[in-house]
Design a protein around this ligand. Structure first.
Ligand code: SF4
Length: 375
């Protein structure tokens, strides 16, 4: 089976009823206006040429697709459908707001066999939605999601972390609710203060404090692990680097990092280390100065050792001599002094889900790496 790549066509803020507090699609996409059909065709052909051996979904991102005039929606969908009939693409995706899914809009999506709709939900807390002037409630967002699901259309949910009014508890409730809803996938975006947005004004007036990079990695890593544990695939963490965002003047504040997903995975792995060590404290105390082998598959290395080996350095700072050893066996083990200890990943994910609000509160308050394990 061929892997699928997404060909993104950005329609910056097209159809949006208003510009949301934190949003600047021209900066995020690096593009000012929506492309005409000929430009869409050129983009599709370029992708096909540069990535032979893949299947492709064509995706209309960056706006509120289902709030565009129906004739414009049909124009784009007809175009995408023609590429599908020619075998150039296999699926059609688009993004929209969850409150812009009338029955009529859903019928059009069904008519053109849209494969996946990404909902810019951002939060399922009424308090946070109101602080961000989103113009809908959590109930409306869930109704939009369920309307798609009843029609058999797959869904992705976009969530934002560190929004105004979110001290961690609203995020915990949101993650819990998304686990219950069970979309096909989620994307997690820590809020960034972008130039020219309402959030920039709020931040300048002292009414908003963005997450630090460490807080963002902590919240995103835990959220991703809990969602994945509940069967919700996490497709992306953090905004995609691009010409608009790479320009320093466009990002005023906030936890932007081109490898935020790696930082988040590494942060979570560090928490699993701490959890493991606190469960075998006497053993680890007696193992200071000894070699600790972390044994796992090659593809797990980056996630466990962390971005730029952060977790190896972390263990070294705490007096161990860590090394990563590749193995073809499933799972991960910690080996030290002829003893093998299973990597308690699932156990720790379950613990996080049980006390998500408390763990998020710790991340928000401490702003330190998960380092407080006293051997
Ligand atoms: S957040 Fe979504 S709905 Fe709001 S302006 Fe941006 S693209 Fe439009």
């Amino acid at each position: 089976m061929k892997a699928t790549k997404i060909i993104p066509i950005f329609l910056p803020e097209a159809g949006c009823p208003q510009r949301c507090l934190f949003c600047s699609q021209p900066l995020i996409s690096g593009q000012a206006g929506k492309p005409d059909p000929a430009a869409v065709g050129d983009t599709v052909r370029r992708w096909l040429e540069k990535s032979p051996g893949y299947e492709f979904d064509l995706a209309f991102y960056g706006g509120t697709f289902t709030a565009l005039p129906p004739s414009v929606q049909e124009q784009y969908l007809e175009l995408a459908d023609s590429y599908r009939r020619q075998g150039m693409i296999v699926g059609i995706r688009l993004s929209t707001r969850p409150d812009c899914l009338t029955d009529q809009a859903c019928e059009l999506l069904q008519h053109y066999r849209v494969t996946i709709v990404e909902l810019g939900v951002q939060s399922l807390s009424d308090q946070v939605l109101s602080a961000c002037q989103r113009g809908y409630t959590a109930r409306q967002a869930i109704d939009g999601f369920e309307r798609l699901r009843r029609r058999g259309i797959k869904t992705g949910i976009q969530l934002m972390l560190g929004l105004p009014g979110d001290d961690g508890r609203p995020l915990a409730d949101t993650i819990e609710e998304v686990c219950r809803l069970g979309p096909d996938y989620a994307r997690l975006y820590p809020a960034i203060v972008l130039a020219g947005t309402g959030l920039a004004g709020l931040w300048r007036r002292g009414g908003y404090r963005p997450l630090t990079l460490r807080q963002a990695a902590g919240l995103a890593g835990i959220s991703a692990a809990v969602l994945t544990g509940a069967g919700v695939k996490v497709m992306r963490i953090g905004l995609q680097a691009g010409p608009g965002l790479d320009d320093e003047g466009s990002r005023l504040a906030g936890p932007y990092h081109p490898a935020l997903g790696e930082l988040a995975a590494g942060d979570f792995a560090r928490r699993v280390f701490v959890h493991s060590f606190s469960g075998h404290r006497d053993f680890w105390r007696a193992s200071l100065g000894k070699v600790v082998e972390i044994v796992g598959r090659q593809q797990m290395r980056g996630k466990i050792c962390g971005h730029r080996n952060e977790n190896i350095n972390f263990l070294s700072r705490h007096g161990f001599r860590p090394v990563y050893r590749h193995s073809d066996n499933p799972g991960v083990e910690l080996c030290c002094r002829n003893r093998t200890i299973d990597w308690p990943y699932d156990q720790f994910v379950a613990r996080c889900r049980m006390g998500l609000a408390g763990i998020f509160a710790e991340v928000m308050e401490n702003d330190t790496e998960a380092e407080e394990f006293c051997i």
